[in-house]
Ligand binder design. Structure first.
Ligand SMILES: *[C@@H]1O[C@H](CO)[C@@H](O)[C@H](O)[C@H]1NC(C)=O
Ligand SMILES: *[C@@H]1O[C@H](CO)[C@@H](O)[C@H](O)[C@H]1NC(C)=O
Length: 423
């Protein structure tokens, strides 16, 4: 008996160790170069994120890229020929992933023992996230409605919460819509969404934010990809669908290229194996249709939409497809700056200051994004929010979760006050 338990334990440990093996010897490089060169890499390499280069005025971008041992020589030579500069920032990705997993396990265990239903210093799986919001729905029935929106491609329940002191019936109240977890590996986005719910419902620091506004929050938009990133491949970004040609080899779609806005034009990729694969058709992904439907259902009153991503310290607004500004470009910028300033005031000293700007001007062209589609269908203030990654990128250690959720809440609250100021 004891022996078989031990066997199972050893197997579990071996399995946990094995899953990161595919990244043994993979290295992360910070690569800087001209905008068009960096953006061209995205179709071929795992670009972990791109940001304006050292906040420089040169117009260069900086990307964090992952290089497998067998492709390293080829790419470093390529960077040299293109006059791109690079430095190695992580020597063996597998080691980092093993450490991260051990730390999360330890913290989750401690959190469970403390008896709290949620703790802001670890990460939870999609079932635990769903359980937490269900629990809030039961505890605060006059404020929180949990909606079982749809099933993911693999059959997981996608839930969202509606927060309202007036049962969503006061048609004068503006609505703020927030989603998180569209990109599976950007783990810190879900706690940010959960903390916003928590501040609105449990801590209630500011009654105005619920009495004069309604909220719709989707804390885990892509549960299939997220679970896969937990159990199998920490670097997974896309959904897990297999409804496109080539999906046996390369399943999944980049949810933030799957919206019906300039879909299928050159700035995304039609190659199913690319990390920015747009999918076989606009809204091909059930997960993305949930966001579409929530937006369309609330269009009359929706004043602000924020899609939470990790990482890069940015508020990006439309139009990403061509770099021109929507007619309300000024208020998009002002609201973005309000949020960014509130966050920067609370940020860690080592964090980069937030950049606020047009997505194509700050980074590069993108198509089929939720930010552009939501602006195009009529929500006035729509953003892609890129949270801080410090030196870790989206592998932010759980010790930073509390810092990120609290500072981001200040930003969201400033954004909500901006919406109220327009009333
Ligand atoms: C809520 O709104 C009212 C009316 O605008 C204002 O007087 C009050 O200071 C606000 N409360 C907070 C906490 O911001
Ligand atoms: C840029 O794209 C937007 C839609 O995203 C469109 O409304 C606008 O006309 C385009 N501008 C130019 C100059 O092509």
């Amino acid at each position: 008996m004891a022996r078989s338990v031990l066997c199972v334990l050893l197997l579990a440990v071996a399995f946990a160790q094995a899953k990161h093996e595919k990244y043994e010897g993979h290295q992360l490089y910070r690569v800087a170069g001209p905008r068009h060169e960096i953006s061209a890499l995205e179709a071929h390499l795992d670009i972990i994120s791109a940001t304006p280069a050292a906040r420089s005025v040169t117009g260069n971008l900086e990307a964090l890229v992952r290089l497998a041992p067998e492709e390293k020589q080829k790419w470093l030579q390529y960077f040299d020929t293109k006059q791109m500069t690079y430095t190695k920032v992580i020597d063996n990705l597998a080691d980092i992933l093993r450490n991260e997993e051990a730390m999360i396990k330890q913290r989750k265990y401690a959190a469970k023992r403390s008896g709290k239903s949620i703790s802001w210093d670890t990460y939870y799986n999609s079932e635990e996230i769903n359980n937490y919001i269900d629990q809030l729905g039961e505890e605060f029935p006059d404020k929180v409605t949990v909606i079982n929106a749809a099933l993911s491609y693999e059959g997981r329940q996608i839930k969202y919460v509606r927060i309202s002191t007036s049962r969503f019936e006061d048609l004068r109240k503006p609505v703020i819509i927030i989603d998180a977890g569209v990109h599976a590996r950007e783990w810190v986005t879900a706690p940010v969404a959960l903390y916003i719910i928590h501040q609105l419902v449990v801590d209630v620091v500011d009654n105005n934010l619920t009495e004069r506004l309604d909220w719709v929050i989707i804390p885990m938009a892509n549960p299939d990809g997220y679970e896969y990133s937990i159990t199998t491949d920490r670097m997974w970004r896309k959904t897990r669908s297999k409804s496109h040609e080539g999906s046996d080899e390369c399943p999944g779609v980049d949810g933030n290229r799957n919206f019906d806005h300039y879909f299928g034009t050159s700035a995304a990729s039609a190659n199913p194996c690319a990390i920015i694969y747009e999918g076989p058709a606009p809204f091909s992904e059930p997960e993305i249709r949930v966001i579409r439907d929530v937006v369309l259902q609330n269009l009359d009153r929706a004043a602000m939409y924020i899609s939470v991503h990790s990482f890069g310290n940015m508020f990006l607004y439309a139009w990403g497809n061509n770099g021109t500004l929507p007619s309300n470009g000024l208020s998009l910028h002002v609201a973005g700056v309000r949020m960014a300033t509130a966050i920067d005031e609370m940020a860690l000293e080592k964090a980069d200051r937030y950049v606020v700007g047009n997505a194509a001007n700050v980074l590069y062209y993108t198509t089929g994004t939720s930010r552009d589609w939501t602006r195009a269908v009529g929500i006035p203030l729509t953003y892609t929010l890129e949270l801080p990654g410090y030196e870790y990128g989206f592998l932010v250690p759980p010790t930073y979760v509390e810092q990120i959720v609290t500072e981001t809440w200040d930003g969201i609250s400033a954004g909500a006050h901006y919406v109220l100021s327009l009333q």
